[in-house]
Design a protein. Structure first.
Length: 144
């Protein structure tokens, strides 16, 4: 069975972001019900070497918008990374899901054989575009 780069990226990212949105809704409701300042949740980490929840969501949306953009040969949209509330994070997720809806399978035809240059922090990588969908796609896997 063959899977296209579109099938490996856009529907997967869209589904994961929608699930993440649901998790954030539950977390926000939990904070309200228990009278916990939402900032406690937004600044929390699951482990000491992980980023806080807000940064995890930013990274998840960055990857979800970046991989398909690169696969389609488009400029990767820049986001400000200034989210400070659950509503801000929900808006960022919605913006990314809307962006994903603009891609088609035809946009990515033949992209699995191209090489791309990717800068992550101070490091630069060269890789086949087919690898881009597999780099840290899950926000929970990201450490500082």
């Amino acid at each position: 069975m063959t899977i296209s780069m579109y099938e490996a990226s856009v529907p997967v990212f869209s589904a994961r972001l929608k699930a993440l949105s649901n998790v954030l809704n539950i977390a926000e409701q939990n904070a309200l019900e228990r009278k916990i300042d939402p900032q406690v949740f937004l600044a929390s980490r699951l482990a000491p070497d992980m980023y806080a929840l807000t940064r995890q969501v930013q990274i998840a949306t960055d990857h979800a918008k970046g991989a398909p953009s690169r696969l389609a040969g488009r400029e990767v949209p820049k986001y400000e990374d200034n989210e400070a509330s659950f509503a801000d994070l929900q808006a960022r997720i919605a913006k990314t899901v809307d962006l994903l809806a603009t891609f088609s399978a035809a946009d990515m035809d033949g992209s699995d054989d191209r090489m791309i240059e990717l800068k992550l922090g101070q490091r630069e990588f060269s890789m086949a575009e087919c690898s881009i969908c597999c780099i840290s796609p899950c926000p929970i896997s990201i450490s500082t």
